[in-house]
Design a protein around this ligand. Structure first.
Ligand SMILES: [Zn+2]
Length: 450
């Protein structure tokens, strides 16, 4: 049996728990919230409740547009390749060079690879001179013996247990205190060197750990595993609060096993559900639209980077992602034609001029292809998407109040795409639009004076 409130039980992977006849179990609290109206309304009510519980947009949240070098450099690269990507990132209008994996001497060591890149302070100076910051990925298990013996995962016979499915074969036990304090010390040293963003990934808790010296259940239970990962993450955040931290799942890579509301306080943002590989196909087939529903249900921002080569000529994916992911990243700029590169520069410049609507605006929208971002006193941005291979036209009707406009309505200004024909009638904005194939349009609604 597995349902909503059973998450704390720490079930084995894909497993179940047997409840004997007459046995009493505590399943946690279930809360019901009556409402009337649409699914959108239900989700925004849930979002407000979650915000009261602390699952919210961080104060002063202002994430950069990342440039993710993974698409060009994969897992291992030279200093020259890194600096080439810095050129792409600066040209594309990004604010942070995200090294993903590959910045360490060995995966998950938490140690900057000075042999390959030179001192971190020197690289950070070069990157900052171009107007960018530096970020990197943090993993749990290792591909080499980079942790003291007592940090390793042990099987029932006391042998070294493997790490994960991704080739990080030296298992690390996140309950080990030596690991927690050493990892925190190493990451803080990198943060002091100038790394401003960490993405915590590859936290797989697949293999159990039987080392009694770690002080956990035998074998290690999944909940204790996740707690260990989250505790270490929190130690970094508390000691370096200015470091932006994104948390992948504390138990798996990519997917989200635990509910969004656990472990608040150790991170600023969550991972955008692995839509980094082929987001255009995800949009065409309806999967990317989950990001719309996520934003209705949670204020907590997401981080996601995309491959610019996996987008339509009119960049519908770029706009869908920046509209649903408050901390976006792009990559693979070098794979584009000169014409497409120019289009990316135009898009990132338009995004930068209106960034605050995307990063801090209140998100709403009547359907997955119509998004609204409202800022108090500053009206709203509206985006409409056409993922079909042929042009489309239609009309959207939006409540003036949700657009930040009073009874006086407002002025509509098309920022991208064919100009919309809009007017306010009885507290509703009616906007008629025409859209090219696989494209997005954006218009801004400015409240009328007084
Ligand atoms: Zn252990």
């Amino acid at each position: 049996m597995e349902f909503g409130s059973l998450w704390r039980g720490g079930l084995p992977a894909g497993g179940s728990r047997r409840v004997a006849a007459g046995e009493r179990c505590h399943w946690g609290a279930a809360r019901y919230m009556p409402f009337e109206g649409t699914l959108e309304r239900a989700l925004t009510l849930y979002r407000a409740f979650m915000a009261e519980c602390g699952v919210r947009l961080p104060t002063g949240y202002a994430p950069p547009l990342n440039y993710c070098i993974y698409y060009e450099c994969r897992k291992y690269y030279s200093r020259a390749q890194l600096l080439k990507c810095l050129d792409y990132a600066a040209e594309a209008g990004c604010g942070l060079l995200y090294m993903d994996q590959g910045w360490e001497d060995y995966f998950s060591s938490g140690r900057w690879d000075e042999t390959r890149f030179g001192p971190i302070g020197e690289i950070v100076r070069i990157i900052r001179a171009r107007g960018l910051e530096l970020g990197g990925l943090v993993g749990l298990h290792a591909d080499s013996y980079v942790w003291p013996h007592e940090c390793r995962r042990k099987d029932a016979e006391g042998r070294l247990a493997p790490g994960d499915r991704w080739g990080h074969w030296v298992g690390t036990c996140p309950v080990s205190e030596t690991w927690r304090t050493t990892k925190t010390r190493r990451l803080l040293s990198v943060a002091r060197g100038g790394m401003r963003f960490f993405s915590f990934d590859f936290n797989d808790g697949i293999e159990p750990c039987f080392d009694a010296a770690h002080g956990h259940d035998l074998p290690l239970d999944l909940w204790e595993h996740a707690l260990g990962v989250a505790r270490q993450q929190r130690a970094v955040k508390e000691a370096a609060p200015d470091t932006l931290i994104e948390a992948h799942c504390w138990r798996t890579s990519g997917s989200a096993y635990w509910p969004m509301y656990v472990f608040q306080g150790g991170h600023d943002e969550r991972w955008g559900f692995e839509f980094m590989w082929d987001p255009f196909a995800d949009l065409k087939q309806g999967r990317l639209q989950r990001l719309y529903y996520y934003n209705l249900a949670y204020e907590k921002p997401l981080y996601l980077h995309i491959d610019l080569a996996k987008d339509s000529a009119r960049q519908i994916v770029f706009w869908y992602v920046v509209s649903t992911v408050r901390h976006p990243g792009i990559g693979n700029y070098s794979a584009l034609s000169a014409e497409r590169q120019a289009a990316v520069r135009e898009a990132t410049a338009l995004y930068a001029r209106h960034r605050e609507y995307f990063t801090r605006g209140v998100f709403s929208g009547p359907d997955p292809l119509t998004h609204v971002h409202t800022l108090p006193g500053r009206g709203a941005l509206v985006l409409r998407f056409n993922p079909q291979p042929q042009p489309s036209s239609g009309r959207v009707a939006l409540d003036a109040g949700a657009l930040g406009c009073g009874a006086g309505g407002g002025r509509v200004e098309t920022l991208m795409g064919a100009p919309v024909r809009a007017d306010f009638r009885e507290g509703t904005l009616q906007a008629a639009y025409e859209l090219d194939a696989e494209s997005a349009l954006i218009f801004r609604v400015v409240p009328a004076e007084g």
